[in-house]
Design a protein around this ligand. Structure first.
Ligand code: ZN
Length: 113
């Protein structure tokens, strides 16, 4: 894991040396900041190019990753549910309940897209 991290930081540094700029957007796969190299958007952590829809200049990779995002949210809900079952600390339970509400809200928003 540490090696992967080092490698991605090294790639990021290489990209910056080549004149890349760091974007405000983050990678839809891993959440790392995206780099812009020329006309290409690149994720140093995934070590791949992020392809945006050509017809639109605004970033649009979300359309292809919505099912994955949905799956991630469901997976988190499952994990939180398991933790909730074991947890007895009221403070933690409150936090987890809030998290469940947030996750459910995110899922509902996703279903609207
Ligand atoms: Zn990535």
């Amino acid at each position: 894991m540490g090696e992967d991290n080092d490698a991605s930081i090294k790639r990021m540094a290489d990209l910056l040396r080549r004149g890349a700029t760091m974007l405000a957007e983050s990678c839809p796969q891993c959440g790392s900041p995206l780099m812009k190299v020329g006309n290409d958007i690149y994720c140093a952590t995934c070590n791949r190019r992020i392809v945006y829809a050509k017809s639109d200049s605004t970033p649009a990779p979300i359309a292809t990753t919505l099912p994955e995002l949905r799956e991630t949210l469901l997976e988190k809900l499952r994990t939180v549910n398991e933790t909730l079952q074991r947890e007895t600390d009221v403070e933690v339970l409150t936090k987890l309940s809030n998290l469940v509400v947030l996750l459910l809200r995110a899922l509902r928003e996703l279903n609207k897209v």
